[in-house]
Design a binder for this molecule. Structure first.
Ligand code: NDP
Length: 390
Protein backbone atom coordinates (compact mmCIF):
# COMPACT_ATOMS: atom_id res chain seq x y z
CA UNK A 1 0.00 0.00 0.00
CA UNK A 2 1.40 3.39 -0.94
CA UNK A 3 1.90 5.75 2.00
CA UNK A 4 1.23 9.49 1.74
CA UNK A 5 1.29 12.65 3.85
CA UNK A 6 -0.25 16.02 3.01
CA UNK A 7 1.21 19.17 4.54
CA UNK A 8 -1.28 22.02 4.17
CA UNK A 9 -4.14 19.55 3.64
CA UNK A 10 -6.88 22.10 4.35
CA UNK A 11 -5.74 24.59 1.68
CA UNK A 12 -6.57 24.85 -1.98
CA UNK A 13 -3.78 22.48 -3.12
CA UNK A 14 -4.37 20.23 -0.10
CA UNK A 15 -8.07 19.89 -0.98
CA UNK A 16 -7.26 19.03 -4.59
CA UNK A 17 -4.74 16.42 -3.42
CA UNK A 18 -7.30 14.98 -1.02
CA UNK A 19 -9.83 14.84 -3.87
CA UNK A 20 -7.44 12.82 -6.07
CA UNK A 21 -6.54 10.45 -3.24
CA UNK A 22 -10.20 9.93 -2.39
CA UNK A 23 -11.11 9.29 -6.05
CA UNK A 24 -8.12 6.96 -6.29
CA UNK A 25 -9.58 4.70 -3.60
CA UNK A 26 -8.92 6.68 -0.38
CA UNK A 27 -8.07 4.63 2.68
CA UNK A 28 -8.52 1.37 0.77
CA UNK A 29 -5.60 2.21 -1.54
CA UNK A 30 -3.45 4.75 0.30
CA UNK A 31 -2.05 4.59 3.82
CA UNK A 32 -2.25 8.18 5.02
CA UNK A 33 0.37 9.00 7.61
CA UNK A 34 0.20 12.75 8.38
CA UNK A 35 -2.29 15.47 7.50
CA UNK A 36 -1.53 19.00 8.63
CA UNK A 37 -3.51 22.23 8.61
CA UNK A 38 -3.80 25.59 10.29
CA UNK A 39 -7.05 26.98 11.67
CA UNK A 40 -9.55 24.94 9.69
CA UNK A 41 -9.87 22.27 12.36
CA UNK A 42 -13.27 20.94 11.27
CA UNK A 43 -12.01 20.17 7.80
CA UNK A 44 -8.70 18.74 9.01
CA UNK A 45 -10.56 16.35 11.31
CA UNK A 46 -13.00 15.31 8.56
CA UNK A 47 -10.12 14.52 6.21
CA UNK A 48 -8.19 12.63 8.89
CA UNK A 49 -11.23 10.50 9.74
CA UNK A 50 -12.00 9.73 6.12
CA UNK A 51 -8.44 8.79 5.17
CA UNK A 52 -7.81 7.14 8.57
CA UNK A 53 -4.64 9.18 9.02
CA UNK A 54 -2.07 8.20 11.62
CA UNK A 55 -1.72 11.78 12.86
CA UNK A 56 -3.40 15.15 12.30
CA UNK A 57 -1.42 18.27 13.20
CA UNK A 58 -2.52 21.89 13.45
CA UNK A 59 0.06 24.65 13.18
CA UNK A 60 -1.51 26.50 16.10
CA UNK A 61 -1.18 25.37 19.74
CA UNK A 62 -4.44 27.13 20.67
CA UNK A 63 -6.33 24.96 18.16
CA UNK A 64 -5.20 21.73 19.85
CA UNK A 65 -8.26 21.30 22.17
CA UNK A 66 -10.64 21.69 19.23
CA UNK A 67 -8.67 19.19 17.16
CA UNK A 68 -8.57 16.71 20.04
CA UNK A 69 -12.37 17.03 20.50
CA UNK A 70 -13.04 16.69 16.78
CA UNK A 71 -11.00 13.48 16.55
CA UNK A 72 -12.16 11.93 19.82
CA UNK A 73 -12.57 8.16 19.42
CA UNK A 74 -11.18 8.12 15.87
CA UNK A 75 -7.82 6.57 16.70
CA UNK A 76 -6.06 9.47 14.92
CA UNK A 77 -3.18 10.95 16.96
CA UNK A 78 -3.23 14.74 17.32
CA UNK A 79 -0.49 17.33 17.78
CA UNK A 80 0.00 21.09 17.45
CA UNK A 81 2.66 23.67 16.65
CA UNK A 82 5.32 24.25 14.01
CA UNK A 83 7.63 21.75 15.72
CA UNK A 84 4.94 19.05 15.65
CA UNK A 85 4.42 19.65 11.92
CA UNK A 86 8.16 19.23 11.30
CA UNK A 87 8.16 16.09 13.49
CA UNK A 88 5.28 14.67 11.46
CA UNK A 89 7.49 15.07 8.37
CA UNK A 90 9.99 12.69 9.99
CA UNK A 91 7.49 9.84 9.66
CA UNK A 92 8.62 7.96 6.54
CA UNK A 93 6.22 7.90 3.59
CA UNK A 94 6.47 7.15 -0.11
CA UNK A 95 4.90 10.44 -1.23
CA UNK A 96 4.56 13.80 0.50
CA UNK A 97 2.59 16.79 -0.69
CA UNK A 98 4.24 20.05 0.42
CA UNK A 99 1.37 22.55 0.28
CA UNK A 100 1.78 24.76 3.32
CA UNK A 101 1.71 28.39 2.21
CA UNK A 102 4.81 30.54 2.73
CA UNK A 103 8.27 29.95 4.19
CA UNK A 104 6.62 27.86 6.94
CA UNK A 105 6.71 25.02 4.38
CA UNK A 106 10.51 24.95 4.23
CA UNK A 107 11.45 22.95 7.33
CA UNK A 108 8.74 20.25 6.93
CA UNK A 109 9.80 19.85 3.29
CA UNK A 110 13.46 19.48 4.23
CA UNK A 111 12.63 16.96 6.95
CA UNK A 112 10.45 14.94 4.55
CA UNK A 113 13.32 14.73 2.06
CA UNK A 114 15.53 13.11 4.69
CA UNK A 115 13.69 9.79 4.47
CA UNK A 116 14.00 9.52 0.70
CA UNK A 117 10.70 9.11 -1.15
CA UNK A 118 9.01 11.71 -3.31
CA UNK A 119 8.25 15.30 -2.35
CA UNK A 120 5.55 16.86 -4.51
CA UNK A 121 6.46 20.51 -4.10
CA UNK A 122 3.68 23.07 -4.37
CA UNK A 123 5.38 25.25 -1.77
CA UNK A 124 7.46 27.33 -4.21
CA UNK A 125 8.54 29.59 -1.34
CA UNK A 126 10.90 26.89 -0.06
CA UNK A 127 12.77 26.73 -3.38
CA UNK A 128 12.99 30.52 -3.55
CA UNK A 129 14.14 30.73 0.07
CA UNK A 130 16.60 27.83 0.08
CA UNK A 131 16.83 26.26 -3.37
CA UNK A 132 20.42 24.97 -3.07
CA UNK A 133 19.76 23.48 0.37
CA UNK A 134 16.58 21.75 -0.77
CA UNK A 135 18.12 20.31 -3.94
CA UNK A 136 21.26 19.18 -2.10
CA UNK A 137 19.20 17.50 0.65
CA UNK A 138 17.18 15.62 -1.97
CA UNK A 139 20.42 14.51 -3.62
CA UNK A 140 22.07 13.47 -0.34
CA UNK A 141 19.11 11.37 0.80
CA UNK A 142 18.15 9.91 -2.58
CA UNK A 143 14.79 11.69 -2.54
CA UNK A 144 12.89 12.97 -5.58
CA UNK A 145 11.36 16.44 -5.80
CA UNK A 146 8.56 16.84 -8.32
CA UNK A 147 7.28 20.33 -9.12
CA UNK A 148 3.57 20.92 -8.60
CA UNK A 149 3.37 24.52 -9.72
CA UNK A 150 1.55 24.17 -13.06
CA UNK A 151 4.29 26.00 -14.99
CA UNK A 152 7.08 23.90 -13.50
CA UNK A 153 5.19 20.66 -13.90
CA UNK A 154 4.77 21.73 -17.54
CA UNK A 155 8.50 22.42 -17.96
CA UNK A 156 9.30 19.10 -16.27
CA UNK A 157 6.98 17.29 -18.69
CA UNK A 158 8.37 19.15 -21.72
CA UNK A 159 11.92 18.25 -20.69
CA UNK A 160 11.26 14.55 -20.15
CA UNK A 161 13.53 12.52 -22.42
CA UNK A 162 15.17 15.65 -23.84
CA UNK A 163 18.83 16.62 -24.01
CA UNK A 164 19.06 19.44 -21.48
CA UNK A 165 22.26 20.79 -23.01
CA UNK A 166 20.11 21.68 -26.06
CA UNK A 167 17.71 23.88 -24.10
CA UNK A 168 17.85 27.44 -25.40
CA UNK A 169 15.05 28.93 -23.36
CA UNK A 170 12.28 28.16 -20.95
CA UNK A 171 9.14 30.26 -21.09
CA UNK A 172 6.69 30.25 -18.22
CA UNK A 173 3.33 31.85 -18.80
CA UNK A 174 1.31 34.21 -16.62
CA UNK A 175 -2.39 34.93 -16.91
CA UNK A 176 -1.66 38.56 -16.06
CA UNK A 177 -4.11 38.34 -13.16
CA UNK A 178 -7.05 40.68 -12.54
CA UNK A 179 -4.97 43.83 -13.19
CA UNK A 180 -3.50 42.76 -16.51
CA UNK A 181 -5.13 45.66 -18.35
CA UNK A 182 -5.30 48.22 -15.53
CA UNK A 183 -3.13 51.34 -15.77
CA UNK A 184 -0.73 52.22 -12.95
CA UNK A 185 -3.04 54.90 -11.56
CA UNK A 186 -5.93 52.47 -11.21
CA UNK A 187 -3.65 49.79 -9.73
CA UNK A 188 -2.75 52.23 -6.95
CA UNK A 189 -6.40 52.10 -5.82
CA UNK A 190 -6.75 48.29 -6.00
CA UNK A 191 -8.67 46.78 -3.08
CA UNK A 192 -8.12 43.43 -1.42
CA UNK A 193 -11.30 42.00 -2.98
CA UNK A 194 -10.17 43.10 -6.45
CA UNK A 195 -6.70 41.61 -5.96
CA UNK A 196 -8.09 38.24 -4.82
CA UNK A 197 -10.47 37.89 -7.79
CA UNK A 198 -8.30 35.85 -10.15
CA UNK A 199 -9.82 35.56 -13.65
CA UNK A 200 -8.82 31.92 -14.37
CA UNK A 201 -7.59 30.01 -11.32
CA UNK A 202 -9.30 29.25 -8.02
CA UNK A 203 -6.51 29.43 -5.41
CA UNK A 204 -5.76 30.41 -1.82
CA UNK A 205 -5.98 34.11 -0.91
CA UNK A 206 -2.24 34.73 -0.67
CA UNK A 207 -1.23 33.22 -4.01
CA UNK A 208 -4.18 34.98 -5.67
CA UNK A 209 -2.88 38.38 -4.53
CA UNK A 210 0.65 37.35 -5.55
CA UNK A 211 -0.75 36.59 -9.00
CA UNK A 212 -2.31 40.04 -9.21
CA UNK A 213 1.03 41.70 -8.33
CA UNK A 214 3.02 39.15 -10.38
CA UNK A 215 5.03 38.37 -7.26
CA UNK A 216 3.81 34.83 -7.89
CA UNK A 217 5.47 34.86 -11.32
CA UNK A 218 8.55 36.47 -9.77
CA UNK A 219 8.80 33.58 -7.28
CA UNK A 220 8.33 31.18 -10.20
CA UNK A 221 11.22 32.73 -12.13
CA UNK A 222 13.50 32.00 -9.18
CA UNK A 223 11.88 28.57 -8.75
CA UNK A 224 12.66 27.74 -12.41
CA UNK A 225 16.26 28.73 -11.92
CA UNK A 226 16.64 26.70 -8.73
CA UNK A 227 14.73 23.60 -9.78
CA UNK A 228 16.00 23.14 -13.33
CA UNK A 229 19.38 24.89 -12.96
CA UNK A 230 18.59 27.04 -16.03
CA UNK A 231 20.56 30.26 -16.47
CA UNK A 232 18.38 33.30 -15.66
CA UNK A 233 18.90 34.83 -19.11
CA UNK A 234 17.30 31.75 -20.67
CA UNK A 235 14.11 32.07 -18.59
CA UNK A 236 11.30 34.20 -19.97
CA UNK A 237 7.79 35.15 -18.88
CA UNK A 238 4.94 35.59 -21.36
CA UNK A 239 1.52 36.89 -20.47
CA UNK A 240 -1.05 34.42 -21.78
CA UNK A 241 -4.54 35.44 -20.68
CA UNK A 242 -6.21 32.09 -21.49
CA UNK A 243 -4.01 30.06 -19.04
CA UNK A 244 -4.02 27.07 -21.40
CA UNK A 245 -0.32 26.89 -22.28
CA UNK A 246 1.50 26.63 -18.96
CA UNK A 247 5.10 26.61 -20.16
CA UNK A 248 7.21 26.17 -23.30
CA UNK A 249 10.74 24.88 -23.73
CA UNK A 250 12.73 26.00 -26.77
CA UNK A 251 15.54 23.77 -28.09
CA UNK A 252 18.68 24.37 -30.15
CA UNK A 253 16.99 23.08 -33.33
CA UNK A 254 14.38 25.84 -33.14
CA UNK A 255 11.62 23.53 -31.97
CA UNK A 256 9.44 24.43 -29.00
CA UNK A 257 7.67 21.90 -26.78
CA UNK A 258 4.59 23.46 -25.18
CA UNK A 259 2.48 21.99 -22.41
CA UNK A 260 -1.27 22.65 -22.59
CA UNK A 261 -3.86 21.83 -19.99
CA UNK A 262 -6.95 23.18 -18.25
CA UNK A 263 -6.57 25.68 -15.40
CA UNK A 264 -7.06 23.00 -12.77
CA UNK A 265 -4.27 22.19 -10.34
CA UNK A 266 -5.39 18.57 -10.17
CA UNK A 267 -3.55 17.99 -13.45
CA UNK A 268 -0.14 18.90 -12.00
CA UNK A 269 -0.92 17.24 -8.66
CA UNK A 270 -2.13 14.10 -10.42
CA UNK A 271 0.97 14.04 -12.60
CA UNK A 272 3.15 14.14 -9.45
CA UNK A 273 0.98 11.51 -7.73
CA UNK A 274 1.18 9.02 -10.62
CA UNK A 275 4.77 9.77 -11.70
CA UNK A 276 6.74 8.07 -13.25
CA UNK A 277 3.62 6.63 -14.92
CA UNK A 278 0.64 8.61 -16.08
CA UNK A 279 -2.72 7.93 -14.48
CA UNK A 280 -6.26 9.15 -15.04
CA UNK A 281 -7.00 12.63 -13.66
CA UNK A 282 -10.59 13.95 -13.66
CA UNK A 283 -9.94 17.36 -15.17
CA UNK A 284 -11.93 18.92 -17.99
CA UNK A 285 -10.56 18.00 -21.43
CA UNK A 286 -9.54 20.96 -23.59
CA UNK A 287 -11.76 21.79 -26.54
CA UNK A 288 -9.23 23.74 -28.61
CA UNK A 289 -11.68 24.56 -31.39
CA UNK A 290 -13.95 26.22 -28.83
CA UNK A 291 -11.01 28.03 -27.20
CA UNK A 292 -9.97 29.06 -30.74
CA UNK A 293 -7.40 31.71 -29.78
CA UNK A 294 -4.27 31.52 -27.71
CA UNK A 295 -2.56 34.89 -27.31
CA UNK A 296 0.76 35.94 -25.83
CA UNK A 297 2.29 39.26 -24.86
CA UNK A 298 5.39 40.59 -23.11
CA UNK A 299 4.75 41.52 -19.46
CA UNK A 300 4.98 45.17 -18.44
CA UNK A 301 7.75 45.30 -15.84
CA UNK A 302 6.94 48.94 -15.02
CA UNK A 303 3.48 48.07 -13.72
CA UNK A 304 4.71 44.74 -12.36
CA UNK A 305 8.14 45.52 -10.82
CA UNK A 306 8.18 42.15 -9.03
CA UNK A 307 9.54 40.61 -12.25
CA UNK A 308 12.50 42.99 -12.34
CA UNK A 309 13.16 42.29 -8.64
CA UNK A 310 13.18 38.54 -9.33
CA UNK A 311 15.83 39.06 -12.02
CA UNK A 312 17.95 41.00 -9.51
CA UNK A 313 17.51 38.20 -6.96
CA UNK A 314 18.54 35.53 -9.49
CA UNK A 315 21.61 37.62 -10.30
CA UNK A 316 22.58 38.22 -6.66
CA UNK A 317 21.80 34.64 -5.47
CA UNK A 318 23.13 33.89 -1.94
CA UNK A 319 20.49 34.70 0.66
CA UNK A 320 18.63 37.15 -1.60
CA UNK A 321 15.90 34.60 -2.33
CA UNK A 322 15.22 34.10 1.39
CA UNK A 323 15.05 37.85 1.95
CA UNK A 324 12.95 38.40 -1.17
CA UNK A 325 10.35 35.84 -0.16
CA UNK A 326 10.21 36.97 3.49
CA UNK A 327 9.90 40.66 2.56
CA UNK A 328 7.18 39.73 0.08
CA UNK A 329 5.29 37.84 2.81
CA UNK A 330 5.42 40.90 5.10
CA UNK A 331 4.33 43.16 2.23
CA UNK A 332 1.41 40.83 1.57
CA UNK A 333 0.41 40.81 5.27
CA UNK A 334 0.51 44.63 5.26
CA UNK A 335 -1.62 44.87 2.12
CA UNK A 336 -4.15 42.35 3.46
CA UNK A 337 -4.31 44.35 6.71
CA UNK A 338 -5.01 47.51 4.68
CA UNK A 339 -1.84 49.27 5.89
CA UNK A 340 -0.15 49.69 2.50
CA UNK A 341 -1.40 50.09 -1.05
CA UNK A 342 -1.06 47.50 -3.78
CA UNK A 343 1.99 49.13 -5.50
CA UNK A 344 3.67 49.74 -2.14
CA UNK A 345 4.19 45.97 -1.80
CA UNK A 346 6.92 46.04 -4.46
CA UNK A 347 8.41 49.25 -3.05
CA UNK A 348 8.67 47.60 0.37
CA UNK A 349 10.34 44.47 -1.00
CA UNK A 350 12.83 46.52 -3.04
CA UNK A 351 13.71 48.76 -0.11
CA UNK A 352 14.15 45.75 2.21
CA UNK A 353 16.54 44.06 -0.24
CA UNK A 354 18.46 47.30 -0.72
CA UNK A 355 18.90 47.86 3.03
CA UNK A 356 20.00 44.26 3.58
CA UNK A 357 22.44 44.39 0.67
CA UNK A 358 23.96 47.61 2.07
CA UNK A 359 24.48 45.81 5.41
CA UNK A 360 26.02 42.89 3.47
CA UNK A 361 23.38 40.56 4.97
CA UNK A 362 22.79 38.59 1.76
CA UNK A 363 26.15 37.47 0.45
CA UNK A 364 26.39 33.99 2.03
CA UNK A 365 25.19 30.91 0.13
CA UNK A 366 21.72 29.55 0.88
CA UNK A 367 23.29 26.21 1.77
CA UNK A 368 22.82 26.24 5.51
CA UNK A 369 19.43 26.24 7.25
CA UNK A 370 20.50 28.56 10.08
CA UNK A 371 21.77 31.19 7.63
CA UNK A 372 18.57 30.92 5.62
CA UNK A 373 16.34 31.25 8.68
CA UNK A 374 18.38 34.22 9.93
CA UNK A 375 18.07 35.98 6.56
CA UNK A 376 14.34 35.26 6.55
CA UNK A 377 13.94 36.72 10.08
CA UNK A 378 16.15 39.74 9.31
CA UNK A 379 14.13 40.52 6.18
CA UNK A 380 10.85 40.32 8.12
CA UNK A 381 12.28 42.68 10.78
CA UNK A 382 13.66 45.10 8.20
CA UNK A 383 10.44 45.20 6.17
CA UNK A 384 8.37 45.75 9.33
CA UNK A 385 10.66 48.62 10.41
CA UNK A 386 10.44 50.23 6.97
CA UNK A 387 6.64 50.14 7.01
CA UNK A 388 6.65 51.47 10.57
CA UNK A 389 8.62 54.49 9.35
CA UNK A 390 6.26 55.20 6.41
P1 NDP B 1 -3.97 28.00 1.04
O1 NDP B 1 -3.85 29.31 1.73
O2 NDP B 1 -5.24 27.65 0.38
O3 NDP B 1 -3.61 26.81 2.06
C1 NDP B 1 -2.46 26.83 2.84
C2 NDP B 1 -2.38 25.64 3.77
O4 NDP B 1 -1.32 25.85 4.71
C3 NDP B 1 -3.63 25.42 4.62
O5 NDP B 1 -3.72 24.06 4.94
C4 NDP B 1 -3.34 26.24 5.85
O6 NDP B 1 -4.12 25.85 6.96
C5 NDP B 1 -1.88 25.91 6.04
N1 NDP B 1 -1.12 26.94 6.76
C6 NDP B 1 -1.26 28.28 6.70
N2 NDP B 1 -0.31 28.87 7.45
C7 NDP B 1 0.43 27.88 7.99
C8 NDP B 1 1.56 27.85 8.85
N3 NDP B 1 2.12 28.97 9.33
N4 NDP B 1 2.08 26.65 9.22
C9 NDP B 1 1.54 25.50 8.76
N5 NDP B 1 0.46 25.45 7.93
C10 NDP B 1 -0.08 26.63 7.55
O7 NDP B 1 -2.75 27.94 0.02
P2 NDP B 1 -2.70 27.24 -1.41
O8 NDP B 1 -3.18 25.84 -1.32
O9 NDP B 1 -3.25 28.16 -2.42
O10 NDP B 1 -1.12 27.22 -1.66
C11 NDP B 1 -0.28 26.30 -0.98
C12 NDP B 1 1.10 26.37 -1.62
O11 NDP B 1 0.99 25.93 -2.96
C13 NDP B 1 1.70 27.78 -1.68
O12 NDP B 1 3.07 27.69 -1.54
C14 NDP B 1 1.35 28.24 -3.09
O13 NDP B 1 2.27 29.19 -3.58
C15 NDP B 1 1.47 26.92 -3.85
N6 NDP B 1 0.68 26.86 -5.07
C16 NDP B 1 -0.67 27.00 -5.03
C17 NDP B 1 -1.44 26.93 -6.18
C18 NDP B 1 -2.93 27.02 -6.14
O14 NDP B 1 -3.56 26.85 -7.19
N7 NDP B 1 -3.56 27.25 -5.01
C19 NDP B 1 -0.79 26.77 -7.50
C20 NDP B 1 0.63 26.56 -7.43
C21 NDP B 1 1.34 26.62 -6.25
P3 NDP B 1 -5.61 26.45 7.27
O15 NDP B 1 -6.23 26.81 5.97
O16 NDP B 1 -6.27 25.31 7.99
O17 NDP B 1 -5.40 27.63 8.17
Amino acid sequence: MRSVSIFGATGSIGESTFDLIRRGGGAEVYRTVALTGGRNITRLAEMARELRAEIAVTAHEECMPALRDALQGSGVEVAAGAGAIADAADRPVDWTMSAIVGAAGLVPGLRALRHGGTLALANKESLVTAGPLLMQTAHDFGATILPVDSEHSAVFQALTGEDRSCVERVIITASGGPFRDWDAERMATATLAEAVAHPNWSMGQRISIDSASMFNKALELVETREFFGIDPEKIEVLVHPQSIVHALVGFCDGGIMAHLGPADMRHAIGFALHWPSRGPVPVERLDLARIANLSFQTPDEKRFPALRLAREVMEARGLSGAAFNAAKEIALDQFIAGRITFPQMAVLVEETLAQMARRNDLSRDAANLDDVLQADAAARRTATEIVGAW
